[in-house]
Design a protein around this ligand. Structure first.
Ligand code: ZN
Length: 441
């Protein structure tokens, strides 16, 4: 593989506008078909060795047959849908240009997460060229609707594996990364290896009022009641809790987080309360220790001089391991006591199980992470967002989330934002990482 060719292929991948499509009559999968054709054309060695199976139209499964069918296969994941992007928002290089400039490749999907997919292909193609055949089957699964929940993609692929009775020794998806400057006081890069992820669910809260003309109003209206309720929600968070995963993260980073955290992580039984209090202090660390609430949408009122008959709000909730959506519903209902409020729970993605921080797959992964990023602190991690991999626990107990890429915090924040881009060096290193890791199987 010439590295220039590899960069060109990633650029080309970023030019195809595979923006997630809500299922329905308006869904347009032209770009997705174009992307699949692009894979076949640009990665002929990969697609020759790995047979493609399409699940539910656009979810892609590739199997690289290993020498020993008795060994449990492993699975690499990513997704090729992206969130929308608009050049008018101020991109330095157009959002779907794949431009190579300033030592970077620019475009939506550069970090989230077409790069991981094409890096798999590059790594596998190079290995094939070197005469490598894996011991066990290696599967690759790519969703096409991760950014909108994965119901048509990852869910169907996981069901497909389950139906076929295929179980995996390990799964590696996106979700963790090597990041610098994201956590207060921690100067070293931190390799976040995701063992699990928070869940998410939306609650609709509705306040009802009498309605009528606004010239002789009651003391409060539906909007007033709703506002009071939302303030209650903000002032009464779910209790903070130190989960085992978060404690392991902290232990890894505590050397640089100051003496208080260092002491406390050494004796969590004694200082757990203090720790959760410190962590509750910033939004980033607060999200690690509790289920969070954010009022994200509000609706109510029809005219300036009409009392609103209803007012409603959406509360977006991120569920910490151990907090179920029904437990949160109880909490939210209780906060509404004495107010004319109804709380309804939407469809929930509960917090995922937690994969073990031990075992063959994990140890091999960690070995390679340490070798590739020797300066990084290694932190097992609870992913704050959601990934496709949460759907795979029924076919694998060892599901991990890690992208072998080192980024600064500002760089990381270009995901789902303007100026998403990946450094050329980082991308080439990612390919090397997958090469080395695949070789272990
Ligand atoms: Zn993603």
């Amino acid at each position: 593989m010439s590295s220039n060719d590899a960069l060109g292929r990633l650029s080309a991948a970023l030019r195809i506008k595979t923006v997630s499509q809500l299922p329905g009559p308006d869904a347009d999968y032209t770009a997705f078909d174009e992307y699949i054709a692009f894979i076949g054309k640009e990665f002929p060695v990969f697609t020759k060795i790995c047979e493609l199976e399409r699940v539910n139209g656009h979810s892609l499964l590739y199997r690289w047959p290993g020498k020993n069918p008795k060994l449990e296969p492993i699975l690499f994941m990513a997704h090729y849908d992206v969130v929308p992007a608009d050049d008018a928002d101020g991109w330095k290089h157009p959002a779907f240009s794949g431009e190579q400039a300033e030592g970077r490749i620019w475009g939506r999907g550069a970090l989230d997460i077409k790069s991981q997919m094409t890096a798999h292909f590059e790594a596998a193609q190079t290995l094939v060229g070197e005469g490598f055949t894996p011991e066990r089957d290696i599967w690759f699964a790519y969703g096409f609707d991760e950014e909108i929940g994965g119901a048509s993609g990852a869910v169907k692929s996981a069901e497909h594996f389950k139906k076929k009775g295929i179980k995996f020794a390990g799964v590696l998806d996106e979700g963790g990364i090597v990041v610098s400057g994201a956590i207060k006081n921690v100067k070293s890069p931190v390799a976040l290896v995701g063992l699990g992820e928070k869940g998410h669910v939306d609650f609709t809260v509705t306040a009802r009022g009498a309605g009528g003309h606004s010239s002789m109003p009651p003391a409060t209206t539906a909007i007033g009641v709703l506002s009071e309720y939302i303030r209650r929600v903000e002032k009464n968070p779910m209790p903070a809790r130190l989960t085992e995963t978060v404690l392991s993260s902290l232990k890894a980073m505590s050397v640089e987080m100051g003496t208080a955290v260092q002491l406390a992580t050494g004796s969590p039984a004694l200082f757990g309360g203090l720790l959760t209090k410190i962590l509750g202090g910033t939004p980033e660390t607060n999200a690690m220790v509790r289920t969070t609430f954010a009022a994200t949408m509000i609706q109510g009122g029809t005219a300036a001089n009409v009392l609103p008959a209803t007012a409603s709000a959406n509360i977006n909730v991120r569920l910490l391991t151990g907090d179920s959506s029904s437990k949160v519903l109880e909490h939210l209902k209780k906060l509404g006591e004495g107010l004319a409020i109804e709380v309804a729970c939407g469809p929930a993605a509960e917090a995922s199980p937690i994969s073990p921080s031990s075992g063959e797959f994990y140890d091999k992964l960690i070995g390679d992470v340490k070798a590739a990023f020797p300066d990084a602190l290694l932190a097992p991690y609870l992913v704050m967002g959601g990934t496709d991999s949460r759907h795979f626990y029924e076919v694998c107990g060892n599901v991990y989330r890690f992208t072998p890429l080192s980024v600064g915090n500002d760089e990381k924040n270009t995901m789902h934002n303007i100026n998403e881009s990946i450094s050329v060096d980082g991308y080439l290193k990612m390919i090397e990482f997958f090469k080395s890791f695949i070789r272990k199987f």
